[in-house]
Each structure stands twice: as structure tokens, then as C-alpha cells.
Design a binder for this molecule. Structure first.
Ligand code: TPP
Ligand code: MG
Length: 401
């Protein structure tokens, strides 16, 4: 009998804003209420306390404003052809600063690629970050990474991962090492909603839970994985509920509420440090801009679906809270904005003034603690060739190249 090819089943209808849920066989919403401490008007929930001193709260606001200004400036720079690529965190700043601020200085941070803010909190200078975007002589990574893929060893900020989710098992490894060595070190690992479909998500969460390792898994659920909306990514009602299957704690947090992110991350860290195992945090937020400067969301996302999320802007919410508490008036907010703009402009000027390339000798550095004989020979050979013909050091200008 001739077999008829089964008709392919259409995927469930997608909502156009990437957040609606029409199809959710595993509904468990009541177990994962959205943890929030501050509403959109900047009002603190009844009975809630601000988990940080006033000065730190203002400092975190300043960081978020700086990050937003930086992202906007760097996107413009890319459009001007001054840098090649940029990926920012516009609309998601609270997920980054709230969580990174909740960790201890000795904790390792495993970023995805939108968490530059966490590196800044750990001391990465703005100018060095920009040199990385330019791949010039001031780049701490010596031009060896993709642009916008910084690392900052002094701040225990591991290199940004391009292949999504690879950082999860790596972070779990750090937690295992910390247990063996008896160190009070908890890794914080960031990833997006789309990354939960990658096999390393399973590998990381499963191993951490089975071994009861202290890891903070921080999922920035921003509704999109490039052009794929969240409901096409997973049929789960929430990302947090995936924690149940792995046998760990899960919590769903308003990712545009800095205080809620901070509070939830602190609790997750405390459990990890107390030997109570890993936590999966889902920060519900929204990617207000394109995926990166290589993306144009107008091709797959109507502008109007973004509008409601603009009203939930995490910076606006924190500013309202600060205003209500008398910590920041209009004039102070305007002065702060001007101050960060000047800071960014000064860093950019310094970064662009650096020589265009790292010294060619740096090709041989940072590979082995003691250079191998072959490396020493090759460097000598290169120096000789450079002395004989300066164009060797600048191959772009070699005739015919
Ligand atoms: C293993 C792997 N597959 C595919 C890609 C291409 N890719 C880059 S970013 C991205 C989307 C990731 O989305 P999400 O995890 O939600 O993070 P977001 O960009 O929203 O922060 C994809 C598919 C990749 N980098 N690595
Ligand atoms: Mg995403």
C-alpha cells in the first residue's frame, strides 16, 4: 500500500510580541509567581525593605544609566563604521546590575554576551572595553577575541561566550572545584531564553542538581532569541518551572525591577553557599532593540509590540523609586546623565587615540608560561623579516594583498 506522507503539523500560532502563551501543557503558574518589589510607578511593595543602602542604590542607578548611554553610543559608532559589531542590553539593565551586585567579589561570573555591565561592576575600565571593540593596542584581549566579547580576569569575569549555553557547564565546573577546595565561591552564569534549548543547558543544570552544587543560573528571558519568540522556543509555561524537572529551586523574577533581581539573586547565592544547591532564576524582561547591530527586528517584530515594554523600562522604574525616596530629583538626574555622557566620551577619545594594533610580538605571548623553543625561534624570524621589510608588520598594505 503506498504510504502517504503525513502532513506536517503546523507549529502553534506565535504571538507577535513573543510573550503570550497559547499552548502550555505543563501549566504551573501558581508555583512561580513573578517576584517583584517595586511597581512601574516606583512604589515599594507593602512591607518590603530596600535591600541595599541608599548610596549603593544611587550608584546602581548611575551604572544603569551609563550602560544605556554606552549602548546607544556604541550602536551609533557601529553605524558610522568606527567599530565592527556591538551587542547591548537596552531594556535588560536591571537583570545584569541587580544580579551582579548581589554576588560576592570572589564569585566567578560567566556571561552570555549582554552582560558588559557585570564586567564594569568588577572593575573593567570603560576605555579598555572600548579598546576591545576597536581591537587595538589597548585591548586587554590583544585583539584575539571577537569584538564585544570581553573578558576581565582581575574581576573573575570569564570571556563572553559566542556559542550559546557553553558557559553553563563551565560554571558548574567552577562550583565543583569550589566544593573540592572548600572555597566560598559561587558562580553566577547568565544565558538567554533561547539558550534553554541548547544541550548545554540540560548538561549544566542536571549535573549541578545531581551533585547539589552551588550555582546561580540566571536566565534573562527577554522574549526573543534573535527572531525566534519565546513561545516557539519552549512549550513550558515558564522557564523557572524547568527547575522542578532538574530537582532544584526555581524562581520567576520581574527582570525590570532591580531590587527584585538583587533580592532573588542574593537568596540564591546564600543557598548555594550554604550547600543547598543550585537555583534557576528566570528574569522576565524584554529586548527593546535588535539582537545585535547585525540584526534588524523590523523584519520580524512590529514596532507596536515593543511599546508596552518601553513603559516598563527598568531605568525609569528605578528613577521613580529614587525620586519617591528623595534620593534623586530632576536636576540631579539631569546632572548624572551629563556626567556619564562626558565619561563615555572621554573614554572613547582615549581608546581611539591608542595605536591601531597590538604589537606584533604579542602574537607569541600568553600561550605558555615559559615560551617554547619554537616560539622563540619564530619570533626572532619575524623580527628579522620585519626589519627587512616594514610591510610585513602591516600585511594589509602588502602589494597585491
Ligand atoms: C550553539 C549556538 N547556536 C546558535 C547560535 C546563534 N545564536 C547567537 S545568539 C542566538 C540567540 C540566543 O538567544 P537567547 O539565548 O534568548 O539570548 P538573547 O540574545 O536573547 O540575550 C543564537 C541562536 C550560537 N551563537 N551558538
Ligand atoms: Mg532571549
Amino acid at each position: 500500500m503506498p504510504r502517504t506522507k503525513p502532513k506536517p503539523r503546523p507549529p502553534p500560532p506565535a504571538s507577535r510580541d513573543g510573550t503570550a502563551r497559547q499552548w502550555a501543557p505543563g501549566r504551573l503558574p501558581e508555583e512561580f509567581p513573578l517576584h517583584a518589589l517595586v511597581d512601574e510607578e516606583g512604589r515599594l511593595a507593602q512591607g518590603a525593605a530596600v535591600p541595599v543602602p541608599d548610596a549603593e542604590l544611587v550608584a546602581l542607578y548611575r551604572w544603569m544609566v551609563l550602560e544605556r548611554q554606552l549602548d546607544e553610543r556604541m550602536i551609533t559608532l557601529q553605524r558610522q563604521g568606527r567599530i565592527g559589531f556591538y551587542v547591548g542590553s537596552i531594556g535588560e539593565e536591571a537583570t545584569v546590575f541587580g544580579s551582579a551586585a548581589a554576588m560576592a567579589p570572589q564569585d566567578w561570573i560567566f556571561p552570555s554576551y549582554r552582560e558588559h555591565g557585570a564586567a564594569f561592576l568588577r572593575g573593567l575600565p570603560l576605555e579598555a572595553f572600548m579598546c576591545g571593540l576597536l581591537g587595538n593596542a589597548g585591548d586587554p584581549g590583544r585583539g584575539r577575541q571577537m569584538p564585544c566579547h570581553e573578558s576581565w580576569a582581575p574581576g573573575r569575569f570569564v570571556s563572553i561566550s559566542s556559542p550559546v549555553a557553553t558557559q553553563l557547564p563551565q560554571a558548574v565546573g567552577v562550583a565543583w572545584a569550589a566544593r573540592i577546595r572548600g572555597d566560598d565561591v559561587v558562580p553566577l552564569v547568565y544565558f538567554g531564553d533561547g539558550s534553554t534549548s541548547a544541550h548545554d543547558f540540560h548538561t549544566g543544570l542536571n549535573f549541578a542538581a545531581v551533585q547539589r552544587l552551588g550555582v546561580v543560573f540566571a536566565c534573562r528571558n527577554n522574549g526573543w532569541a534573535i527572531s525566534v519568540p519565546r513561545e516557539r522556543q519552549t512549550a513550558s509555561e515558564t522557564i523557572a518551572q524547568k527547575a522542578i524537572a532538574y530537582g532544584m529551586r526555581g524562581e520567576r523574577v520581574d527582570g525590570n525591577d532591580l531590587l527584585a533581581v538583587l533580592d532573588a539573586t542574593r537568596r540564591a547565592r546564600a543557598r548555594a553557599a550554604a550547600g543547598e544547591g543550585p537555583t534557576l532564576l528566570e528574569f522576565v524582561t524584554y529586548r527593546l532593540e535588535g539582537h545585535s547591530t547585525s540584526d534588524d527586528p523590523r523584519a520580524y517584530r512590529p514596532a507596536e509590540v515593543v511599546e508596552p515594554w518601553k513603559k516598563k523600562d527598568p531605568i525609569l522604574r528605578l528613577r521613580r523609586l529614587l525620586q519617591r525616596r528623595g534620593l534623586l530629583d530632576e536636576a540631579a538626574a539631569a546632572a548624572l546623565l551629563e556626567e556619564v555622557r562626558v565619561e563615555i566620551q572621554a573614554a572613547l577619545r582615549q581608546a581611539e587615540a591608542k595605536p591601531a594594533k597590538p604589537p606584533v610580538e604579542s602574537l607569541f605571548e600568553d600561550v605558555y608560561a615559559v615560551p617554547m623553543r619554537q616560539q622563540v625561534e619564530q619570533l626572532a624570524e619575524l623580527r628579522e623579516a620585519m626589519a627587512a621589510d616594514p610591510r610585513v608588520a602591516n600585511p594589509r598594505h602588502v602589494d597585491g594583498a
